[in-house]
Structures are given as structure tokens and as C-alpha cells.
Design a binder for this molecule. Sequence first.
Ligand SMILES: O=C(O)CCC(=O)C(=O)O
Ligand SMILES: [Fe+2]
Length: 256
Amino acid sequence: MGPESGITWKKLICSVRRAVNSDAGFIVIDRSQAPSQRDFFTTLSRSLGTMPKAEAFALGKQGSYNIQVRMDGGRADEHGFLVYSTTGRAFPCHTDLYRDRHPADLLLMKCVRADRGGGRTIIYKLRDLLASLSPREISVLRRPSFPTEFGKIQLLSADSHGYSIRYNRREIDFFARLRREPLSARQSEVLNKIDLLLANGKERQEFLLQPGQCIVINNKTVLHGRTRLSKGTKRLLKRIRLPARPRLRGLNLVAN
Ligand SMILES: O=C(O)CCC(=O)C(=O)O
Ligand SMILES: [Fe+2]
């Protein structure tokens, strides 16, 4: 950290932790607001949690994964499931690692090159989503009845740290098909309502991350997505996903 840096690491980490634990649930950091350091992104990640030894694919030297369109139309995973981050398609709001036993707490993305107009980041807070659902709809989400690779899970769960969500509609539908366990009419109805809210709800926030900016998102209390990329895009994002250290608070619904 050079003498020219406007803010100390300690202050930056405090404000990031405060943001992801608060009602906001995410924070955008401008490179100019951050301590000057070459490997700013990985240093920030290491200060917030435990860096994973490896993400499944394409880990860069610095432990980050590149989100970049592939000109061959994208990469499929081991099940033949198309990985949207390797395509130019719109990516509806979701949480990351839906299919994992323990999805990451924090998602960090740094913009290296932005798209011309497309690739806007979308944010939807769990609190706003739940405020639009009835108690009956919420109870559907709390039942451990949604398919993953390893068995059935709750989409909405609560522990002493608060409420958290896992949500990726494409993956839910994919595992329902793969396991031949179709969703019930009631489940589909609630998920369709959620998808409509995520696409059009008035609480949806949308903005373009600028080169050098990075976003830190609480992956348990905030859903994220992105708009479609423009043709021939050169957009490049770096991503790191982490278990947080110390543990994050979930969403406290008592005040609702
Ligand atoms: O491209 C983006 O802005 C986000 C991609 C994303 O959400 C993901 O890969 O899980
Ligand atoms: Fe994502």
C-alpha cells in the first residue's frame, strides 16, 4: 500500500463487512477509493474469507475465475448444462453455487473490461423478494423439497444467523429433469412468481460496473444477474467466491 492511498485496508474491510452484513447486502468499490496495491482484488478477497483452493474450472494464477464470452458458444459442465457465464446471454437473477452443499457466502466480481451497453449488473435483495410473497408462498420455499445433485433442499432456510436463500431457476429445473422429480404445481407457481418479480419487480436495481470497479455481494441475502452482452463483446470480469470469515449474518426478518 503506497502513501498515496486514500483509505487504509482496515477501514475498507470494515466498510465492506458492514455493507454485506447490512440491509444493503452488497457494495461497489471504486479503484480510486481503495488502497493502491497491484493485486487489490485477491488481497481484498483474502481479507474477507478463505480463498478456495480451486474453483472447478479455469482458475487463474491469482485464484480468480474469468467470466468471459467464448466465441464457440459457451462451455457445458459435466452434466451437459450450459454455463451462462461463458456465453453472451442474459443471466436472470440467481445466487451462485445453487447446487453445492455449502454455497459460498460471498461473491466478488471485478470489472476488467466493460461491455458497450450490455452486461449490466442486476441486483435483487432477498428482503424485497420476501416482502412480495405471502406466508403460504414463503412456506413452500422453506420445505426441503427442491432438487439438487445431492438431494432435496430448502430454497429459503433460517438458522441463528438469519434467513438465507439459494436460487437458480435454470438449475432447479435442470435437476428436476435429471432426477425425474418434477416440481409440483404449487412449487412451479411460486417459482414463476419469483421469476416475474426478479425480471420486472420495482425493487430490481441495474447498473454497469466500470473497469476497475469491483462488487462484493452477500450470496445468501442478495440475488444477482446480468443483462445480455452485445455482439462481439470484449467484456471481462474476474470472479472469486468465498466462505466468509468471520461468518456473515443472514437476513433478520423480525423487523419485517
Ligand atoms: O457476468 C456477470 O455479470 C455475472 C455472471 C454470474 O452471475 C455468474 O457467472 O454466476
Ligand atoms: Fe452468478
